[in-house]
Design a protein. Structure first.
Length: 256
């Protein structure tokens, strides 16, 4: 096997597992230990993996955050399908929480006509909810300019006063090992507080968020139910850890 082929094999393997040993690679590739170690060293130089004693581990990726406007144009159709399904889970007389985020924002038109009250920390969400004649409570606090999310201790303290039947959250990263992550420590605290105040918490994530890891952990992946369009072979491990609702396999008129 050529050098490039060996190294491509190693990177592909690490996309499926978190760590790999030198001995495993020696047996699978049929090359000497010294050759495999040289491959791992070079791949680390190229920022493709991280060397550990006796092998290597997957490079932990980080996710930077786009503005609300930039997020809204990415995977927009998939987000709408996820949002439409999530809205079917909301029943009359419920008090729910809508986290700031573009996919939760897409839920709002599908909530119109329901007898519910919505608490949100998203400024655009509050405006849209009001325009759709939905009873709305906007929590107070500091407005994060980039995403128009309200964050900080004031928001957290207000959330402590509510008990939600359901919470719907956006997330920057969803990973089986590293959990649910986001880019801002204060926003992570608000999300975590909302989860703690809920009967059920749902994370709405299009496929671009799966197997991604951002700066700050919000919660373990099994603290929430994941709503996504579908899982691939690479992300199937998530199903072993938490409940997953796949939009493509559900009747959009059913309740869960």
């Amino acid at each position: 096997m050529l050098t490039d082929e060996r190294r491509a094999y190693i990177i592909t393997k690490l996309s499926h597992v978190h760590t790999v040993t030198v001995q495993e690679l020696v047996e699978e590739l049929g090359h000497s230990e010294s050759t495999i170690r040289r491959d791992l060293t070079q791949l680390e130089v190229e920022n493709q993996l991280v060397r550990i004693h006796g092998g290597a581990k997957r490079l932990r990726k980080t996710v930077t955050e786009d503005s609300m406007e930039e997020k809204s144009i990415k995977n927009s159709q998939e987000k709408q399908r996820i949002a439409k399904y999530a809205a079917t889970l909301v029943e009359n007389k419920e008090l729910i929480y809508l986290d700031a985020g573009t996919t939760t924002y897409e839920m709002i038109p599908f909530l119109q006509g329901k007898d519910i009250t919505v608490v949100t920390n998203g400024v655009p969400h509050a405006v849209s909810l009001s325009e759709h004649a939905i009873s709305t409570i906007l929590v107070g606090g500091v407005i994060k300019q980039h995403t128009k999310a309200i964050i900080g201790s004031i928001a957290e303290n207000q959330l402590e006063r509510f008990h939600f039947s359901k919470v719907f959250l956006g997330m920057n990263g969803v990973d089986a090992t590293y959990g649910l992550t986001t880019t801002d420590i204060e926003e992570a605290s608000v999300k975590a507080k909302a989860i703690s105040q809920a009967n059920k918490s749902y994370v709405l994530a299009d496929r671009s968020k799966l197997k991604e890891v951002s700066f700050i952990k919000v919660a373990d992946i099994d603290d929430c139910i994941l709503i996504t369009e579908s899982l691939s072979k690479e992300t199937e491990e998530i199903r072993e850890i938490t409940r997953v609702l796949e939009v493509s396999t559900h009747d959009l008129h059913s309740h869960t």
